[in-house]
Design a protein around this ligand. Sequence first.
Ligand SMILES: Nc1ncnc2c1ncn2[C@@H]1O[C@H](COP(=O)(O)OP(=O)(O)O)[C@@H](O)[C@H]1O
Ligand SMILES: Cc1cn([C@H]2C[C@H](O)[C@@H](COP(=O)(O)O)O2)c(=O)[nH]c1=O
Length: 256
Amino acid sequence: QTLCGSWRRWRKSPARNQRRALSNNIINNNNIITEKLVRNGDNKKTVVCIEGNIASGKTTCLEYFSKTSNIEILTEPISKWRNVRGHNPLGLMYQDPRRWGITLQTYVQLTMLERHLAATSAPVMMMERSIFSAKYIFVENLFQSGKMPEVDYAVLSEWFDWITTNIFLPVDLIVYLQTSPQTCHERLKQRCREEEKVIPLEYLESIHQLHEDWLIRCTSSPVPAPVLVIPADHDLQKMLHQYEEHRDKILTASNL
Ligand SMILES: Nc1ncnc2c1ncn2[C@@H]1O[C@H](COP(=O)(O)OP(=O)(O)O)[C@@H](O)[C@H]1O
Ligand SMILES: Cc1cn([C@H]2C[C@H](O)[C@@H](COP(=O)(O)O)O2)c(=O)[nH]c1=O
């Protein structure tokens, strides 16, 4: 396999401290190296992001690991995306993506940044998705499918670039729950979230391709950490078994 995210490739990637040191410097136009904004204690914490398509099983995975004492779980702030001061940007986006895509994605970007910077006490922080997938998957999908005007894409990209250039947002490991779009479609129907009833299989296929381009083929956007790929079409019992098998690798992600 030539997967950029495979275990083989990990061993060749720079060690965690080296990666963090590299990503913690900004070289500005005058070639002056400055430090990014860093939260106290960030260098000690291990950060694991669970990535995957809509309804691939990320929340279920997080729930499983939430029973582990030294892991703190941060689920996606979806309740905020469904209700900001009485408005539902998630629902609006699915009704009219061209009009409301920028509104949702601006708010997703803010709330994801809050998640990355959340003060946690456990040594391992496991979060659902990341500011990176919000941009590289969902914003890209809206733009590439012609549902986001170029000016909205440009403004969101400027914000994203400023944030990731100036704020230290370390990720030690990405766990990619790799599913088929068909599986997600089944699970989505079963979960039956009101806003998502309009999602067709084709939408999940686009989101799947973007994940594969990003995390498997490495042909789209930078991958901020080593990737552990877990096949996730299996039934719940088999999934829990796989999580158990990978538990040590996930908990010691900071040694990678
Ligand atoms: N391995 C699995 N097999 C069958 N159903 C699953 C499995 N994992 C999760 N589900 C169900 O699929 C739906 C989506 O799962 P969820 O964990 O909410 O996905 P995500 O957080 O990625 O959107 C939920 O109804 C959940 O109970
Ligand atoms: C990050 C992100 C999410 N969304 C949408 C996609 C889904 O409808 C929900 C997230 O649900 P999941 O079950 O956790 O996958 O939010 C979006 O439109 N834009 C985004 O950046």
